[in-house]
Design a protein around this ligand. Structure first.
Ligand code: NAD
Ligand code: IPM
Ligand code: MN
Length: 352
């Protein structure tokens, strides 16, 4: 089988982790009778420089007609930088949001797993980290990221959190269906004790559960407590579902459980073409040093194989090789000494 993958490397470490991942996919392909056609496209800060906008039309079009989209990470340094002074709609981050909207990928799956034998990489005590296998399901095309009105004026800044019934229902449905294929538990995370939008969210989740998913166990946590519980006892969780902003924050927090933000993958689904990207950003602080961890992107590519192309055997093969490489040559951010190139070679050497 031959597949056309739209590749959006992005900025800073984005191209580094993408190159490592494409190299690995090239090595994997013949073992599973696959062929990939990678189309590299301008996206992010580099596209602002070359095309005057973060998500140029050429990239929109190629992404929409691909079999799947693989993205690195985009964005500039967090402090003062010309990209951060552009009008909101011209900024890199608006390009990321526009891509998600364009592909209609409302469901962002962010699995967090501590692989057997790798418990020592966690900053948590080994017995607390062992066996962690949770799935954060983040609503991705609504909530405060997109609500109107949204503006800055001289003495005031305004953003609006809105959720429509259909938006909550469809993401809750994804969570319940995912739980049925896992351990049958969903934890809904909201702030219903304070926010009207959250009370509405919760009511819709509870109603859908009662009507269609009463076989799934459902409980609820407020986001502040959820942040605490996820690091205190990550094994207590199966599927967690939440709105856009809460999911953004909770997924970076959960990333410390396996040991580094660099290892977390994601899949964004719901439209006809899926978007696969690591959870981390462009990490300007380590770019160009050869130490970016490509695991989050490699595992995102595995999710692409599994969810986007239905190539489960290839996905399994890639995941196993990444796990085996992590056991023997952990990356710098995980306290090991393998740089991007050495780690990539280790993965390729372990492909079955
Ligand atoms: P970041 O995720 O880029 O970095 C946070 C910390 O984690 C840094 O210390 C970084 O060195 C480390 N880190 C991240 N990925 C790593 C990896 N693969 N290997 C080793 N260490 C890694 O977050 P930030 O600094 O807040 O954001 C930097 C830029 O990235 C901003 O412009 C932000 O808007 C953007 N961003 C983009 C995406 C995306 O493209 N989807 C996601 C998050 C942030
Ligand atoms: C993420 C990032 C993005 C988000 C930003 C860079 C737009 O933090 O993918 O987690 O907030 O969704
Ligand atoms: Mn984030």
């Amino acid at each position: 089988m031959s597949y056309r993958i739209a590749v959006l490397p992005g900025d800073f470490i984005g191209p580094e982790v993408i190159d490592a991942t494409l190299e690995t996919l090239e090595a994997l392909a013949p073992r599973h009778g696959l062929a990939f056609e990678f189309e590299r496209l301008p996206f992010g800060g580099n596209a602002i420089e070359s095309h005057g906008e973060p998500l140029p039309q050429v990239t929109r079009d190629a992404a929409a007609r691909s079999d799947a989209v693989l993205m690195g990470s985009a964005g500039g340094p967090v402090g003062d930088h010309p990209w951060n002074r552009l009008p909101r709609e011209k900024r890199v981050e608006s390009g990321i949001l526009a891509l998600r909207k364009h592909l209609q990928v409302f469901a962002n799956l962010r699995p967090v797993r501590v692989f057997p034998g790798l418990e020592r990489l966690s900053p948590l005590r080994e017995e607390r980290a062992r066996g962690t296998d949770l799935l954060i399901i983040r609503e991705l095309t609504g909530g405060i990221y997109f609500g109107k009105p949204s503006f800055v004026e001289a003495d005031r800044g305004v953003s609006t959190m809105v959720y429509e019934r259909y938006e909550v229902e469809r993401i809750a449905r994804v969570a319940f269906e995912a739980a049925r294929l896992r351990r049958g538990r969903v934890t809904n995370v909201d702030k219903a004790n304070v926010l009207d939008v959250s009370q509405f969210w919760r009511d819709v989740v509870v109603d859908l559960h009662r009507r269609e998913f009463s076989d799934v166990e459902l409980d609820h946590l407020y986001i502040d407590n959820a942040a605490m519980q996820v690091v205190r006892d990550p094994r207590a969780f199966d599927v967690l579902v939440m709105g856009n902003l809460f999911g953004d924050i909770l997924s970076d927090l959960a990333a410390v459980i396996p040991g580094s933000l660099g290892v977390l993958p994601s899949a964004s689904l719901g439209g006809s073409v899926g978007l696969y990207e690591p959870v981390h950003g462009s990490a300007p602080d380590i770019a160009g040093k050869g130490i970016a961890n490509p695991v989050g992107t490699m595992l995102s590519a595995a999710m692409l194989l599994r969810h986007g192309l239905n190539e489960a055997a290839a996905a399994d093969g890639l995941e196993s090789a990444v796990q085996a490489a992590l056991l023997e040559s952990p990356t710098v951010d995980l306290g090991g000494s393998a740089g991007t190139a050495a780690f990539t070679a280790a993965v390729i050497a372990r492909l079955a």
